[in-house]
Ligand binder design. Structure first.
Ligand SMILES: NC(=O)C1=CN([C@@H]2O[C@H](COP(=O)(O)OP(=O)(O)OC[C@H]3O[C@@H](n4cnc5c(N)ncnc54)[C@H](O)[C@@H]3O)[C@@H](O)[C@H]2O)C=CC1
Ligand SMILES: O=C(O)C(=O)[C@H](O)COP(=O)(O)O
Length: 375
């Protein structure tokens, strides 16, 4: 079995090595010729899986994308050709939630405006939105959700209208897929009018897809309103963000909000399980065995004195400022953007850090935030 895999997908050797011969490729420049004799195609969000890409292949048995989003895959085409497809819903939700939470804590410190006093609106209450909500809930921050699709489906949580939330929220965090059709399309969901409607001193975070915000309008509004603070992990026109936008952004990164080692391992593992199902063999590998140990052993925490102390603890796991600095230094052109994503391997999730003394004490809420309790 010939397996073509994106070179930026970790753990492919460990999980797929016994299933076939693996060839690693650059997902951004993958050609129909390279795919022609593949039995299995494993991609990430940068590969457009469409008619052109698979046109020369008559033997494809499985396509997998180690991502939550599927906007790069023509699923109808694969279904019409009888090619099973799987993505990895939820794989990196915790990473995105922690990224958004840490970014809010960073802004809070930078502008001396405690997050605890903010009202947060989460737009899109699926996996990543809910993961963000869990962090806010654990820390006791007031938040509201907007998700008209889940509301229609009878989700029991309380949902609010988007424009009402824009008028209500101090912080808005975006977690929707990119869609152009249906009753609630998200392409340019935040257009000039909605951007202008942001409350004074609002913080706007985008960790989903760049085109959910009209980036030209964002430049225009931000140039007139210095009070607005921006956190952008995703950009219209990736991998070439609008260069005029970058300096206007407080925290800027190259689409790596979901890039925890745990999230990446989960993504590849979910594809491994899906392929095993498709070819009818038992999945005998274990996810836990893939991850290296964390560089810190156990930390004794008996108090989180203030928000700064909480941020210090979070930074021990993931210091978002490093990615922001690196991005501005060398990640804003198309080569640098992809290079930074390719070499981004170090980040862990809160659960990697074991806390002693946190259980049963006044800091037990840290376990709800995601840290591991060892008593
Ligand atoms: N920056 C990064 O590294 C990552 C980005 N993503 C992006 O984030 C998106 C969301 O991921 P998940 O939360 O896992 O997806 P999900 O499918 O679990 O949740 C998305 C939610 O958005 C809701 N939604 C759709 N249109 C909406 C609208 N107009 N207004 C409000 N809500 C709406 C849906 O009903 C759904 O509940 C993905 O589609 C992907 O594009 C995902 C993971 C990592
Ligand atoms: O899961 C998604 O959807 C994402 O946006 C991914 O985190 C993006 O990662 P790559 O697939 O582009 O490596």
């Amino acid at each position: 079995m010939k397996i073509i895999a994106d070179e930026n997908m970790p753990y492919v050797d460990s999980l797929f090595g016994e299933l076939g011969e693996i060839e690693y490729v650059n997902g951004r420049t993958l050609t129909p010729e390279q795919v022609a004799d593949a039995d299995v195609l494993l991609v990430r969000s940068v590969t457009q899986v469409n008619e052109a890409l698979v046109s020369q292949n008559q033997q494809l048995k499985f396509v997998g994308s180690a991502t939550i989003g599927t906007d790069h895959v023509d699923k109808a085409l694969l279904a019409s050709r009888g090619i099973p497809f799987s993505n990895a819903p939820g794989c990196n939700a915790t990473a995105v939630g922690e990224y958004a939470f840490i970014a809010m804590l960073e802004l809070a410190q930078r502008y001396q405006q405690p997050l605890k006093n903010k009202r947060v609106a989460i737009i899109g209450a699926g996996n990543t939105g809910s993961a963000t909500a869990r962090c806010l809930q654990a820390y006791g921050v007031e938040y509201r959700l907007c998700d008209p699709l889940l509301a229609e489906q009878g989700d029991s949580r309380q949902f609010f209208d988007l424009d009402e939330l824009i008028a209500w929220a101090d912080v808005i965090s975006l977690h929707v897929p990119i869609t152009k059709e249906g009753d609630f399309p998200t392409w340019y969901l935040f257009d000039q009018k909605r951007l202008e409607a942001l409350k004074p001193d609002a913080w706007l975070l985008n960790c989903c897809r760049g085109e959910v915000i009209d980036n030209r309008a964002l430049i225009d509004v931000k140039q007139k309103r210095d009070d607005i603070k921006l956190v952008l992990d995703v950009w219209e026109g990736e991998p070439s963000p609008m260069l005029a936008l970058v300096p206007l952004v407080d925290i800027a990164t190259p689409h790596i909000a979901g890039y925890s080692l745990e999230g990446k391992a989960r993504g590849t593992f979910m594809l491994y399980e899906a392929l095993c199902r498709v070819v009818g063999i038992a999945a005998d590998k274990k996810l836990d065995s893939l991850l290296p140990s964390f560089f810190l052993d156990v930390i004794n925490v008996h108090e989180v004195a203030d928000e700064r102390a909480l941020l210090t603890l979070c930074r021990a796991v993931y210091d978002l400022r490093d990615d922001d600095v690196r991005f501005r230094q060398s990640g804003t052109d198309r080569l640098g953007f992809d290079k930074m994503r390719k070499n981004h391997r170090h980040r862990r999730e809160f659960s990697a850090l074991k806390l002693e003394n946190a259980k049963g004490s006044e800091v037990n809420w840290l376990s709800f935030l995601g840290f591991s309790n060892v008593g």
